[in-house]
Design a protein around this ligand. Structure first.
Ligand code: MF3
Ligand code: CO
Ligand code: CO
Length: 247
């Protein structure tokens, strides 16, 4: 079921999304080579709690941490561990925070130290994919125009667009309808409506779009071992366009 948020609920969404944005800014300022992915998760946990919010990932379907920290070939859902972040890594940090019963969800891919030109370009294009998708987005836009925009931009650079995972609606639940794929045919799908809140989250691979789901039940990596980047924001459909709530 797709939920339409009332003006009052949108205020609460804005608050949760502000926590997410501030947490990611804080992580961006403090993440560095030599830390473990668990150190990153500790920062996330403490920051979100200090905002009077809850890290929704913690305990979600049994997930054991407050964030997903995905290094290089890890596409998404990297479980924080004793893996040490190295100079030259790209590290995606994906967090969801709940405040006053509503959720915000966003991800950034951080570049650590001296990053190769190949990885820099991947991170840049992945962010661009998000902004291409929200360009001209508003009430009445067919849902799969989002995937069309992401896919067209990513593939023009020779990248693989992950299909096995998608964006989603968000609100009282972290994952609500509809699913928001990152590939699609222009002009198809349901029409977006004012008051919907959705997460648009391109997951873009340097090589093949194919991924491997690991036996830990969470970790997703690229099939060819090449790097992957992730960029996500929670987006509100307004009367005349969109508002990016986590930016
Ligand atoms: N934040 C992720 C998303 O973008 C969901 C992570 S679920 C978790 O949809 F349990 F792995 F944290
Ligand atoms: Co997320
Ligand atoms: Co999401």
């Amino acid at each position: 079921m797709i939920t339409i948020k009332s003006p009052k609920e949108i205020e609460l969404m804005r608050e949760a999304c502000r926590v997410v944005r501030e947490t990611l800014d804080y992580v961006g300022k403090n993440i560095r080579a030599g830390m473990t992915t668990k150190d990153v998760d500790d920062m996330v946990n403490r920051y979100i709690i200090s905002c009077g919010a809850y890290p929704s990932s913690l305990g979600y379907c049994g997930y054991p941490a407050s964030s997903c920290v995905s290094v290089n070939e890890v596409v998404v859902h990297g479980i924080p561990s004793d893996r040490v972040i190295l100079d030259g890594d790209i590290v995606s940090v994906d967090i969801t925070a709940e405040k006053n019963g509503f959720n915000g969800d966003a991800a950034r891919t951080f570049m650590i130290g001296n990053v190769s030109e190949e990885k820099r370009q991947l991170v840049k294009v992945t962010e661009e994919c998000f902004f291409k998708a929200v360009e001209n987005l508003g009430p009445g836009t067919p849902l799969y125009d989002i995937g069309y925009a992401v896919q067209t931009h990513a593939e023009s650079h020779g990248y693989g667009v992950v299909r096995a995972l998608v964006g989603h609606g968000i609100g009282r639940e972290m994952h609500e309808d509809p699913s928001v794929p990152n590939v699609g045919k222009k002009g198809t799908g349901m029409r977006l409506k004012e008051g919907m809140t959705i997460c648009i989250e391109p997951m873009i691979n340097a090589g093949t779009y194919k991924v491997v789901f690991h036996k830990d039940g969470w970790t997703v990596t690229t099939m060819d071992g090449k790097p992957s980047a992730h960029y996500e924001n929670t987006v509100l459909i307004t009367a005349d366009g969109v508002e990016i709530l986590t930016l």
